[in-house]
Design a binder for this molecule. Structure first.
Ligand code: URP
Ligand code: ZN
Length: 469
């Protein structure tokens, strides 16, 4: 990529010329006019208006800003806190071409109203996030009081929620059935973390008793069948609950995938770049570096990775989110060097999602740019109720746009990234294709890796009910 005409970058009327506009349903040479916060025209050969700033996007893909439906900013887990806040984490997201996040809130104290954690999260995100954001609800107990709050959650713009099959806040089958019956009746989308808690706690205790404390045993204590059992059970429970809509987060394994197939029409699958681009050999890195990759579910063998790519290509898996949940390596090391069960779970990833998916999907595996847009922007926007405001380059949509340079080559280094953490799992990886410019509601907030936005410019998205198309 050579010459660039980028004049003024700040919320002015703007015309993006000469780029290839990529949407989920196709790509074409077209110009994009932005008026205020919205896209006002998409057509070939538009003439600049008086006073309009012109951005030359020759050779670039002009894509809808990424929608990352799985982040954990400011996550508090016991005494530990994920290192990215809504401010730092959304700066990193913006620099990677993501203009919307939908964050999974952490567990609230038992007995709390579902609305309470939303209030807490507004306190964390409002005035801090630099891109638009929403929250998924979190459910750790099911009773009349909690169920009766679901309509209020929807009114508050929180039209999806999450529950877990593992961790202390997990739900049992009876609770899940009652919850799914209600979410189904309300047309909400219930997200679930699928791992069998009994298998994990049994294997963790067994390995510790045998003195097997290294990072590798984190993966071995959460084998593929642990995900597969949970996926299979969830599909059955969702069916019993009237085919309630169900979204399985961070599907990681070939066995988990097989358990979901044939995929029922009311079940939706998400995976993450780490399961598509890394594998379990990372746990054997020397000097305890395997702890960098301790997250749940864990990385799998390379054969699983290719099964997930195939499912993405076939459309069985329809969303790629990041599960961004960073902890400093120094913290993981201090806690987990002698006992993998004490290592905080989670990895950074919000900044490299589009670039990794382009390099590994489009360049290496022949995925189309339209598929990339579908899985990283359009479908998450639909499922989580922000489409067509987000996730598409169309007249009337928010002017959330990424100019993506398909020729840009880059070797990943933590020092180039904006995530607030002391490592990247992708250090040294060679990428082809990288976001050049990010525009959020008509304002350029990233150019060539430099963040140009401002604290607090992101707005809370009061989300609609899902679009199932
Ligand atoms: O290890 C992970 N994924 N940490 C984030 C919380 C969760 O389980 O999604
Ligand atoms: Zn997560």
């Amino acid at each position: 990529m050579t010459s660039w005409v980028v004049q003024v970058l700040g919320g002015e009327p703007m015309l993006i010329k000469n780029g290839t506009v990529v949407n989920a349903n196709g790509q074409k040479l077209a110009d994009v006019r932005i008026a205020g916060e919205l896209i006002s025209e998409v057509a070939p050969l538009l003439e600049p208006h008086e006073g309009e700033e012109v951005i030359d996007a020759q050779g670039m893909y002009v894509m809808p800003g990424g929608v990352d439906a799985h982040t954990h900013m400011d996550l508090q887990v016991g005494a530990r806190r994920a290192s990215d806040s809504f401010l730092t984490g959304t700066i990193a997201a913006a620099c990677g071409g993501t203009t919307t996040i939908i964050d999974h809130m952490g567990f609230d104290a038992p007995g709390s109203s579902l609305l309470h954690q939303a209030e807490v999260y507004h306190g964390l995100a409002d005035g801090n996030a630099v891109i638009d954001y929403g929250f998924h609800g979190i459910v750790r107990e099911v009773n009349e009081a909690r169920l009766s709050e679901l309509p209020r959650l929807i009114e508050a713009g929180i039209t999806s929620l999450k529950f877990y099959l593992t961790y202390d806040g997990r739900l049992d089958d009876e609770a899940i059935l009652a919850l799914l019956q209600h979410t189904g009746e309300l047309d909400m989308l219930a997200c679930v973390h699928c791992e069998n808690n009994g298998i994990i706690s049994y294997l963790k205790q067994k390995y510790l008793a045998e003195g097997k404390t290294a990072a590798r045993y984190h993966a071995l204590s959460r084998p593929e069948l642990c995900e597969a059992e949970a996926v299979e059970r969830m599909l059955k429970l969702a069916h019993v609950a009237g085919d309630a809509p169900l979204y399985i987060v961070h599907l990681s394994s070939a066995e988990g995938l097989a358990a979901a197939e044939p995929l029922p029409a009311h079940v939706y699958l998400e995976t993450c770049p780490q399961y598509l681009t890394l594998d379990a050999s990372c746990y054997d890195l020397p000097n305890h570096e395997g702890l960098k990759y301790v997250m749940s579910p864990p990385l799998r063998d390379a054969s699983s990775r290719e099964a997930l790519w195939k499912a993405l290509a076939e459309g069985t898996i329809e969303v790629v989110g990041t599960d961004h949940c960073p902890f400093f390596f120094t913290e993981k090391l201090a806690a987990g060097a002698d006992d993998f069960t004490k290592c905080p779970n989670g990895m950074p990833g919000v900044e490299l999602r589009l670039a990794l998916m382009y390099s590994e999907g489009v360049v290496k595996r022949g995925m189309s740019p339209t598929t990339l847009v579908r899985i990283c922007a359009t479908t998450p926007a639909k499922r989580f109720g922000v489409y067509p405001r987000k996730g598409v380059i169309a007249v009337g949509s928010d002017a959330d746009i990424v100019l993506f340079d398909p020729q840009r080559k880059l070797v990943v280094s933590q020092t180039l990234l904006h995530e607030r953490v002391d490592y990247t799992p992708y250090e040294g990886r060679e990428l082809q294709g990288y976001p050049h410019m990010t525009i959020s509601r008509g304002k350029v907030i990233m150019l060539d890796g430099a963040f140009l936005g401002s604290k607090g410019e992101g707005r809370f998205l009061k989300r609609s009910l899902p679009d199932w198309t």
